[in-house]
Design a protein. Sequence first.
Length: 139
Amino acid sequence: MQDTGYGLKVTVPLPYSVAVRKMTAALEQEGFGVLTTIDVQHTLKQKLDRSFRQYVILGACNPPLADRALRAELEIGLLLPCNVIVYETGPTSSVIAAMAPRAALGLVGDNPELTQVAIEADRRLRSALTTVEESLVTS
């Protein structure tokens, strides 16, 4: 797993549709539901008549964590839900990346309660990415 400045990323030898399906299932195992699905390829084609690779933005939410975050910092809704992206890099390869909650916290400032929520969200998103990676070894 690669930590970028604002995300957590894995490259997987999976076709795009399989990567989306596996990541959605891994998020569910960590208590996240997908509230929104933005098909970037379709949207760019429809709105701009521009071709683009397969790319989806999944708006993932873990209700207990969202509740704790909102109680700790009402304006945190500006950073919710946790976005996860999946995009194709080839016919049998994809990238899956998730926002890094702890990096996003840097925008908020010092709030110990929110820090704990970010640590938990980070752990769960890392676990979901690891689940997808490990499924490749066992399949």
